[in-house]
Design a protein around this ligand. Structure first.
Ligand SMILES: [Zn+2]
Length: 420
């Protein structure tokens, strides 16, 4: 089903809010390559982030291309128009070659009853006993169940089809990678729902190479997974089995894989992801995002002097505008206001105190996840500082880059892709 651009087995979505860390991020992929595993970078930035910062996707392209050239990276790399729809896709068309079609808004909207009936009639294999290899118990379904799921998801898949065909028209088939994302929705999808969704995506002829379901548990921004790890492990393995089965049954691209959104910092499920992927000989795409921006702050704080002052200023401003900054991310953060230190206190901190509170090291007693999450959504403050912030990054490039690379390689690539 898919000719042309192909996403390799292991890929890491990296977010670079201020387009200054592409080299440091790519350096982590180079380290992975030296350690014997190919992990290709996908620079992702959503419309929401571009809007908050006032940046353009073309800037990410320039930065990524420059990094690839500087580090002589010869493997593939991509630019992801993250969470786009027909309304927001325009400015991403030229610079991007990976598109995350966000259809969460359409989930639950009724599809045309004729289309729902046609879908159910076309898929007798989904009705009755559905046996997916490597899933212990077969699923029992009936026509009413499949109709219900189709009613929940068909309109969303049709919407993805419209976005996909628009992209084909603008960029040409095979000239981009397509992902469908359903993570920013309320309820996780079960494996059998995922199978039904994949059948519909195949009917719609969208050659997706990644799919981002909503997993069980909370994937808050910048902090560890909150939920039942055993249940996540079971569901993740069942999703892998479902994808392998759907690829064979519906002729979806052979390299179709799961995409884990808000995947940075989810340390407690990395072993499950690594083991599952290994067991199924599957690929995986892990999207990280704001974790790099926090490493910029850590680097500035570590540098001391004017760098530390800027890091403190960002916190003070974020604290003062917490409500406004948190609003767009309300469903993906859990901040305990009582745990937020007063800016007067932070202003007296040393480099060590600031980095200990912020760096994602759960073994450090001074680590403060409310502090971390507030700063995670606080990038707008740095965006408002404009050149002053960017100059600080440039003046402290070495220490910032070291933190960015170490975070991606040691805390993400090693546990997820190398399993150690
Ligand atoms: Zn997402």
């Amino acid at each position: 089903m898919s000719e042309g651009l192909r996403l390799p087995k292991f890929s890491l979505g990296v977010g670079d809010r201020f387009a200054h860390q592409a080299k440091a991020q790519l350096a982590a992929c180079v380290m992975a390559s030296d350690a014997g595993v190919e992990v290709v970078p996908v620079w992702n930035k959503s419309n929401r982030e571009h809007t908050i910062i006032g940046s353009e996707p073309s800037q990410t392209r320039i930065e990524a291309d420059a990094a690839v050239k500087a580090l002589k990276w010869t493997k593939p790399y991509f630019l992801d128009a993250d969470h786009i729809n027909l309304k927001t896709v325009e400015r991403f068309l030229a610079p991007c070659d990976f598109f995350t079609l966000d259809v969460a808004e359409m989930i639950g909207k009724p599809a045309d009853p004729k289309n729902v009936a046609a879908f159910v009639a076309q898929h007798p294999e989904l009705v009755g006993t559905v046996t997916i290899p490597h899933i212990e118990k077969p699923f029992k379904t009936d026509a009413a169940f499949v109709t219900g799921v189709a009613n929940q998801f068909l309109a969303a898949v049709e919407d993805a089809g419209r976005i996909y065909r628009h992209l084909v028209e603008k960029k040409g088939a095979g000239n981009f990678i397509a992902e469908v994302s359903m993570d920013e929705t309320d309820a996780p999808q079960t494996p059998v729902e995922l199978l039904i969704i994949l059948a519909a995506i195949a009917d719609e002829k969208i050659p997706i190479q990644t799919i981002a379901p909503k997993f069980t548990g909370r994937f808050n921004k910048g902090v560890d997974y909150v939920g039942d790890v055993a249940q996540f492990t079971r569901e993740f393995n069942e999703d892998l089995a479902t994808i392998a089965f759907a690829v064979k049954t519906y002729g979806l691209p052979a390299n179709l894989k799961l995409s884990v959104h808000s995947g940075s910092d989810k340390f407690s499920i990395y072993k499950a992801i690594h083991d599952g992927v290994k067991k199924f000989d599957a690929g995986v795409h892990v999207k990280t995002a704001g974790t790099t921006w926090l490493e910029e702050l850590i680097g500035l704080a570590e540098a001391g002097g004017a760098g530390l002052e800027i890091a403190k200023e960002v916190y003070a401003e974020a604290y003062a505008h917490a409500e406004e900054l948190c609003a767009p991310y309300a469903t993906v953060i859990d901040i305990d206001p009582a745990k937020l230190p007063k800016p007067e206190v932070v202003n007296g901190w040393t480099s060590e105190q600031y980095t200990s509170a912020l760096r994602h090291d759960q073994s450090n007693k001074a680590y403060n996840q409310s502090f971390r999450q507030l700063l995670h959504v606080g990038f707008k403050v740095a965006a408002k500082m404009g050149d002053r912030y960017l100059k600080a990054l440039e003046a402290n490039e070495a220490v910032v880059a070291r933190n960015v690379t170490t975070n991606l390689y040691e805390r993400h690539i090693r546990p997820v892709f190398l399993g150690r």
